[in-house]
Design a protein around this ligand. Structure first.
Ligand code: SF4
Length: 292
């Protein structure tokens, strides 16, 4: 839940999740619909699907335990280097480091070198003897993350209060390295077309779209537009901006009152549904409710 999401946002979701699915077994016996419902509003829904799939694999293939090697742990859905190493350190106290953005920044500052010029795996291998001297590997992995978040912060690091400033090349150097700027995601134009049943306050949604992101979720018809021209035969409702995952969308919303809907569409109430509806679709509901 904490991937790409702040702790304060996660806390109520985490509590509700554990209340409903308190054990690995209860999660594995659950289904996608219930897990997504508990995740509703948290975004990045692939995480929820991966968690469910992982719980089943752990129960069926690993005797309900996490594998103890990085190679095997990374075979689980959605687990890459960062999460794999974090799990090995936190759960099995293995001598490893979870390189998130904070930790990468700490090491790149200590070396006064750009992150993309550092081979972090090699760095651990070469310095293993020194890095894991205390044998408190889990604490060390966690401490590095906290150190990056609280002391060696992205802006204005607290160098004068830092316990390792005597070995930090960034602190000592007059020529401090400059971080490579991350290119902002390009804004893409999309048209959304909503079929509305005005009498019953319903909207037609489908899971069949070619978006890639928001894959397998209920949405009205959505199509990328290359020229952002207004569409004929549909009523223009509004323009709005939205960010989904790392995508930036400029959206023109259209609607039509119609009881005829294309194949593979279903009617959904604009007010209350038992189905999981992603927050992006709910935003559209709110706008459409104003006219229906
Ligand atoms: S001295 Fe400053 S830049 Fe270096 S590790 Fe400490 S806080 Fe980070």
């Amino acid at each position: 839940m904490l991937q790409q999401t702040q702790v304060k946002t996660v806390i109520p979701y985490f509590k509700a999740f554990l209340l409903n699915l308190p054990t690995l077994k209860s999660l594995a016996l659950s289904n996608e619909k219930s897990v997504l419902k508990l995740w509703e509003g948290l975004g990045y829904y692939r995480r929820a699907r991966n968690l469910l799939a992982t719980s089943k694999i752990l129960i069926n293939e690993h005797n309900s335990k996490l594998p103890k090697s990085l190679i095997n742990i990374k075979k689980l859905p959605g687990i890459g280097d960062y999460t794999g190493n974090a799990l090995l350190a936190f759960i099995y106290d293995q001598p490893t480091i979870a390189f998130d953005g904070n930790v990468k920044r700490v090491f790149s500052r200590i070396l006064n070198k750009n992150e993309n010029k550092i081979d972090f795996n090699k760095l651990i291998e070469i310095n293993k003897k020194y890095l894991f001297k205390t044998k408190r590997n889990s604490d060390f992995a966690e401490a590095l993350i906290e150190f990056g978040a609280l002391i060696c912060k992205p802006k204005e690091p607290k160098c004068h209060n830092c316990n390792i400033n005597n070995m930090c090349k960034y602190f000592k150097s007059d020529k401090k390295f400059k971080k490579t700027k991350i290119l902002e995601a390009k804004v893409k134009n999309y048209n959304i077309f909503c079929y509305i049943d005005k009498i019953k306050n319903k909207i037609a949604l489908t899971k069949k779209h070619n978006l890639g992101f928001l894959d397998k979720f209920y949405l009205p018809s959505i199509k990328e537009s290359h020229d952002n021209k207004k569409i004929k035969n549909w009523n223009f409702h509004s323009n709005f901006k939205n960010s989904i995952s790392n995508k930036k969308l400029n959206i023109n919303l259209y609607y039509k009152f119609s009881l005829k809907i294309p194949l593979q569409y279903q009617w959904f109430s604009l007010k209350k549904n038992n189905e999981f509806i992603p927050s992006f679709t709910k935003k559209i509901f709110k706008q459409i409710l104003k006219i229906s």
